[in-house]
Each structure stands twice: as C-alpha cells, then as structure tokens.
Design a protein around this ligand. Structure first.
Ligand code: CS2
Length: 430
C-alpha cells in the first residue's frame, strides 16, 4: 500500500521527488526547536499534463481505492458562492471536448470513474482535503455536475455510487523556500529538493465512509458529522488567516508571526474570533473552544514558521465565501453586527485593487484577477464606489449580501477607514 502523487499543473514536485525516490523530510518546528522525519509513503509521482493517459489508466486500475485531493479551492472549477460547477470554466470546456485527455481534477476523476464502470470495477472513494464548505458534498456536486454534461447515466452512477466523505484537515504548511532547503541539507547532511516545513499541531477529522476500505490511519478522528469541526476551522483559523493576510499585506507585515506581533492586529483577531465567529458555531459537546482559540493564537505566533501573508492572500475570491461571508450571513440572520468581519472583507477589497498603501502596485494572484482589476480600476480608490463595484462579483458575494445595508454599511465604512488611515490606522481605531 502506498501513495501515487499527482501534480495537475507544475512538474516541480515530481522533478524534485522522482530523483530521490519520493522520499522527503518533514521539519516540524516551533520556538522550542525542530524535529526532522523522513516520509516514505509516496511511491510514484506523475505530472498529469505530461501523460494524462498513464494517469487515467492508473486511476482506472483495481489497486486504486482512494483518490484524495489537495488542489486548493480553485482546483474544483466551481462557483464559490453556490458550489456549482462552472460549465464555462476554460478547463471544463476543454475537458468536455476532450474527455480522454482531461486537464482538470473533475475531468480526470469522472473519466477514470467512467472507465472503471465500463470495466465492471467499483468506484474509488474521492477524499477531498481542501478548505471548502462541506468539502465532500461540494466535490460530489462538482463531479455529478461535470458527469451530467457528459452523460446522464454516468451522472447517476457518480451521484449514487461514489463515496465522497467530508473531511477537516488542519496543519499550517508554508511554501518551502531555498533557505529551508539549505537549512534541511545542513541538518540532514543530504540534499532534499522538497522538504516540508510545518508546525507541531495537526488535526484530521474524517467521515468514515470508504466502501473499498481504507488504511488504519492513526491520529484521525472519525465522525459521522464533520461540519461542526469544519465551521470551527474555516471561520476561526482560516477566517483569521485571511484577515491577517490582507491587513498584513497592506501594512507591510511579511509573515503571519510578524503581523501577530502587532498588538492592535492581535487584539482584532481575537475579538473577531470571540465576538463574531464563535457565536455562529455549533461546538461539539465536550470540545473546549476557548482552548482551541488560545492554541490558534499560539500557532499564528509560531516564530519558527515563516508563513507569508502573501501566500494566504492568494485566491481571495475562492476563500472569502466560506471564511468570512458565511459567518456574516449567520450573524445578519441573527440580527447581530459584523464590524470585525467587515474589516477583513474591506481589507480584501483594498488589497484587490493591486495598489499598496504607499502607491506601489503588486500582482493580485486570483482566478478572478482580471474581473477584479476591471471593477477596481473603474471605481477608483473611493470607498463607496469601490465597495459597490467589488460586491457586484456574484461568484463571491451572491445576490443577498450586496442588497443588505447591514452588510454594505460596515464594509464600506471599514474600506473608507482603510483608504484614509491605512491598515495600521484602521486597526488602531478598531
Ligand atoms: C491558509 C491555509 O493559505 C491559506 O489560505 O489559510 O492554507 C491554512 O494554513 C491551512 O488551512 C491550515 O490548516
């Protein structure tokens, strides 16, 4: 038993790992020190675009029982506001025209499932490990949506027979840098082209639904209902992360830990969690949410983890709905105010203009970057038109939020504050 690792785009991971037989080091680090472990579970690696047929043949073979996915939010080619597949996504358009030579994750999975079905083989389990709301249900909806565009019977098969358990996977893993490579080489005495730098904390919560069986994973909590854990993580951890990322990028804090060293930002993040996020959560019985939040703050402060705010700021259009907007909706439905969520949303808007506080421009890395750019440019750096223009992106905000003055009001006020006083000034006032 082992893992075949696949990159859907870049050859970099394969090119790094193949010469070292798939072995790599995991460096677990915090203020107390660092421990290194070599992982040997990856038996093979593939670069999908180099040879889609070999990958499809593997996925259609009986020894594959689970296809797990960490392709980031945008890898599902869906509309983040509704969770539905985007039939107009360029990769989906391509895959529907060339089902035997797909590019997208849904394209590969559905083609492999079709081949298994034709061969009389049971479907593999699809295990989504990304930060999506009800991630198993979301991936199922995307796969069924894609299959439906191919063939109705295939869609019914995917809908009825393919297990897509929900998961909540949590471990902070900053992108590996050359400095990390040099550091690990000096400690190991051998060069590792792709060490993984991470924190001591790790949490897996998984719905136990694996019709073809699964490994006897240790340290995984199996539960029938992942959603309470998922909401805690997406709102407390990721909602804070995105807030730190946008305000941090604007203020010039390069790492999460440097941003958290600012007293105003740290206070804002804790208040966001305590006052606006926690009241929206259904905390599982016996779960100590205060301790969870204390741990989160300590994790964000981890000085040994160089987690760049710019890394987290990527793909905001795909992240905002589940990280900040879902909680805003719950708060508004309960008649509760959202000043702190609003500052995070406004921070994203200010960031999405691609213009820094000191006038320098930067690239906004986002699948909707072109649309955001167009809207921001025509609105200019004035709060009311800018907020209105960006809220008009339905794939992010839906139809409800831009029509609700209790949402529009505080977001516009926060954006105005950010434009006038900058992120540090706005945080001092918050
Ligand atoms: C981060 C996450 O990059 C991001 O958007 O918020 O990758 C975060 O580090 C993980 O979800 C932690 O489990």
């Amino acid at each position: 038993m082992g893992i075949a690792g696949v990159s859907l785009r870049s050859p970099d991971t394969h090119d790094a790992l193949a010469p070292q037989d798939g072995l790599y080091a995991v460096a677990v680090r915090d203020a107390a020190g660092e421990s290194l472990r070599i992982v040997g579970s990856v038996l093979q690696t593939f670069v999908a675009p180099e040879d889609p047929e070999t990958l499809l043949a593997l996925m259609a073979s009986p020894q594959v029982r689970i296809v797990s996915l960490t392709v980031t939010e945008k890898g599902y080619c869906h509309d983040p506001a509704t969770g539905a597949l985007r039939a107009d996504h360029p990769d989906i358009v391509h895959d529907l025209a060339n089902p035997g030579r797909p590019k997208s994750a849904p394209g590969f999975i559905v083609e492999a499932l079709a081949r298994r079905r034709a061969a009389g083989l049971a479907p593999f389990t699809v295990l989504c490990c990304d930060n999506l709301p009800s991630n198993g249900k979301t991936v199922k909806k995307v796969l069924v949506g894609y299959a439906r565009l191919r063939d109705a019977a295939l869609a019914d098969h995917v809908a009825g027979d393919v297990a897509c358990p929900c998961t909540m996977v949590d471990r902070i893993v900053p992108a590996t840098t050359d400095a990390d490579r040099a550091h690990v080489a000096s400690r190991l005495g051998v060069r590792d082209a792709w060490p993984v730098m991470t924190e001591p904390f790790t949490q897996w919560v998984v719905e136990d639904h694996f019709p073809l069986g699964r490994p006897a994973w240790r340290g995984v909590e199996f539960t029938a209902d992942v959603e309470p854990y998922e909401h805690m993580k997406l709102r407390l951890l990721n909602g804070s992360h995105s807030t730190i990322a946008y305000l941090g990028c604007l203020a010039g804090w390069e790492f999460v830990s440097t941003a958290m060293a600012d007293a105003d930002l740290a206070r804002h993040v804790r208040a966001l969690m305590d006052e606006e996020m926690t009241p929206t959560l259904a905390v599982p019985a016996g779960f100590d949410v205060t301790r969870y939040k204390d741990d989160l703050v300590a994790r964000f402060r981890n000085p040994a983890l160089k987690h760049r705010t710019a890394q987290i700021a990527m793909d905001g259009s795909q992240k905002l709905p589940q990280r900040l907007l879902a909680a805003a909706r719950d708060r508004l439905a309960a008649g509760a105010p959202i000043p702190r969520i609003a500052l995070g949303v406004a921070g994203w808007m200010r960031y999405a203009t691609g213009q820094g506080e000191r006038g320098a421009t930067f690239e906004v890395n986002d699948p909707l970057a072109a649309e955001l750019r167009r809207r921001a440019d025509s609105a200019g750096l004035t709060a009311e038109p800018l907020a209105r223009a960006l809220m008009g992106v339905r794939a992010i905000f839906g139809d409800d939020l831009p029509a609700d003055p209790r949402f529009v009001g505080p977001v516009t006020t926060s954006l105005d504050l950010l434009l006038r006083k900058g992120a540090r000034g706005a945080l001092a006032q918050a």
